[in-house]
Design a protein around this ligand. Structure first.
Ligand code: SAM
Length: 366
């Protein structure tokens, strides 16, 4: 079978790397955020769905074509034989990206009508046995079957959330961008609700993304096999700091739910404490999604960024790196150079309506 894998736009290369690690097979990029993996077994499909941390969705690709008008899409759906993919009931979802003179609604409504009439089967929006997924990107249409029915970028451990949380796939991407591995120490000094440090601990311990999720449509033998590979590492050097105690409290709750509480050291400190809590050159990686500078607090926030790089220069070792995750990247470049850091790599990632930059800095003089 062929799989259609969706990821955040900008994370395609990371998803390719992750899928190769899981299956030994390399997906190809079809268009931004959409990859196709050929000649896959059902076991590999379920393994990707259960384990992968960088993807939004993985579905079985059954038809793809290019179109000019809405009628072309409807015609193609009308003529396609869905029979072998249907079960007791179904639902339809549609994701559309690009400029079109139509929205998703007529596609959804017509597809539901066509399938229920042609195959005499009921639509079930609550708990369908299969979801027919229609992905439209500019003039390309991909029709696939979702046998899992879960958005994989929504993490179970995010019990405590806030509007400033980043998408966990983005947090995972930042870790891989920093070449994080279990031998390295990692600090997020503004950990918020902990997306970054929890993703680090889960990755380090090889805990599958859907670990302990109930009522999964994934065979038990695959779940058991992957759960057995979880590593019982508690002595990881992962530190989550935040100047606001409320955030530390919420982080601890999320980490408990994620079952990585013992692997992360949480502390309610601000930046001033970093050179006291860590010795010089102790850390390998700092990753953070710092507070954003607004017009009102612009000066103070830039002063905070300056302190961030200044303290990082003390606690990071000579091979160490910083990854800043931000929607306002320009604010960091000049300040980093004044504090002995240079920008060595930058990656744009699109999450929701936001354009994030992952900025990688290393020391200028070591
Ligand atoms: C964008 S949030 C980090 C969210 C985190 N990446 C997540 O996904 O949960 C930014 C952090 O900056 C901190 N913060 C906000 N305003 C601040 C200020 N004026 N001074 C210092 N820290 C501040 C908050 O404690 C919060 O943890």
């Amino acid at each position: 079978m062929k799989l259609l894998i969706s990821t955040l736009i900008g994370l395609e290369d990371l998803t390719i790397q992750e899928i190769v690690e899981i299956t030994n097979k390399k997906p190809g990029i079809q268009c931004p955020g959409l990859l196709v993996l050929d000649k896959v077994t059902k076991n590999q499909y379920y393994t990707i769905a259960y384990y992968s941390r960088s993807i939004i969705n993985v579905t079985v690709l059954i038809n793809n074509f290019e179109f000019e008008t809405l009628d072309n899409i409807i015609e193609n759906i009308r003529n396609f034989n869905f029979k072998e993919y249907l079960n007791d009931d179904f639902s339809v979802s549609c994701i559309r990206k690009g400029n079109h003179n139509f929205n998703s609604k007529p596609i959804l409504d017509t597809t539901v009508k066509i399938i229920s009439n042609k195959y005499n089967i009921n639509v079930n929006y609550k708990n369908p046995s299969v979801i027919i997924t229609i992905n439209i990107f500019e003039n390309k249409c991909f029709i696939s079957v979702d046998l899992i029915g879960i958005q994989l970028n929504k993490r179970l451990y995010k019990v405590k959330t806030s509007r400033s949380d980043i998408n966990s796939c983005l947090a995972f991407a930042a870790l891989r961008f920093a070449d994080y591995d279990t031998t390295k120490s990692l600090l997020d000094p503004f950990c918020g609700n902990s997306s970054i440090v929890i993703e680090a601990a889960l990755y380090a311990k090889k805990i599958p993304n859907l670990y302990k999720k109930e009522n999964l449509k994934i065979p038990k033998n695959i779940i058991n096999k992957l759960d057995k590979e979880i590593e019982n590492k508690t002595k990881l050097k992962i530190y989550g700091f935040d100047p606001i105690y409320f955030n530390i409290k919420r982080s601890r709750i999320n980490a408990k739910v994620a079952e990585v509480y013992e692997s992360i050291e949480y502390q309610n400190y601000d930046l001033d404490w970093l050179d006291t809590k860590f010795s010089q050159n102790e850390l390998d990686i700092i990753i953070s999604n710092l507070p954003i500078a607004s017009q009102r607090n612009y000066k103070d926030t830039l002063a905070l960024y300056s302190k961030f790089f200044h303290q990082a220069n003390f606690v990071l070792n000579k091979k160490g790196c910083i990854i800043v995750i931000s929607t306002k990247s320009d604010d960091f470049i000049g300040i980093s150079e004044n504090n002995n850091f240079k920008l060595v790599n930058c990656k744009k990632v699109y999450s929701g309506k936001l354009e994030y930059s992952l900025l990688k800095f290393t020391k200028i003089r070591v």
